[in-house]
Design a protein. Structure first.
Length: 171
């Protein structure tokens, strides 16, 4: 493992301990010339896929690859995207488009790989973003939590305030 390597690496663990001490981490994917600035990546809830965004083409785009082998690469976004997040059943992926629209894409897997639906714009985030992820989604894909104001069709949408939301996600 070279410290200059940039990408996503996996280490087998069991019970919070490394299974094979001394072994090098497994390279799941190596990011392009723009490197680790485009992490975080996210493993699907079924543990078979990893979604990430990278700007090796000059524009940030969202991709899926198999996990942990890193075999295959499927482009999810069409006109730019970042911050992918999975629905709890691994059948849908959400991402943030450059215009701050949250998009949903259906994900079907089969023996030949991944079949993706067309990106479907759900709503637009507006407001000021600082650092970290601008949104998160509940496992059922029905609620989003954001640090920004949401708009639908150019008008402000009602906003729900979740109190003690970490406990609600744990249920």
């Amino acid at each position: 493992f070279n410290q200059r390597d940039s990408g996503v690496f996996a280490v087998p663990v069991s019970g919070g301990r490394v299974v094979e001490d001394g072994k090098d981490p497994i390279a799941v994917l190596r990011l392009g010339k723009f490197g680790s600035a485009n992490l975080p990546s996210t493993v699907s809830p079924d543990g078979k896929w990893i979604a990430y965004f990278e700007n090796d083409s000059g524009r940030e785009e969202v991709y899926i690859t198999s996990f942990p082998s890193g075999q295959g690469r499927w482009q999810v976004s069409r006109n730019g995207g970042s911050f992918p997040q999975w629905r709890g059943d691994s059948k849908e992926l959400y991402f943030l488009a450059p215009d701050f629209q949250i998009n949903a894409v259906s994900v079907e897997t089969n023996l030949s790989g991944v079949e993706l639906g067309q990106p479907n714009a759900l709503f637009r985030l507006s407001g000021v973003f600082t650092s970290g992820r601008p949104y998160t989604v509940t496992p059922d894909g029905k609620s989003f939590i954001s640090r920004a104001v949401m708009e639908t069709n150019g008008t402000s949408a009602p906003m729900s305030i979740y109190v003690n939301w970490p406990a609600a996600l744990a249920k």
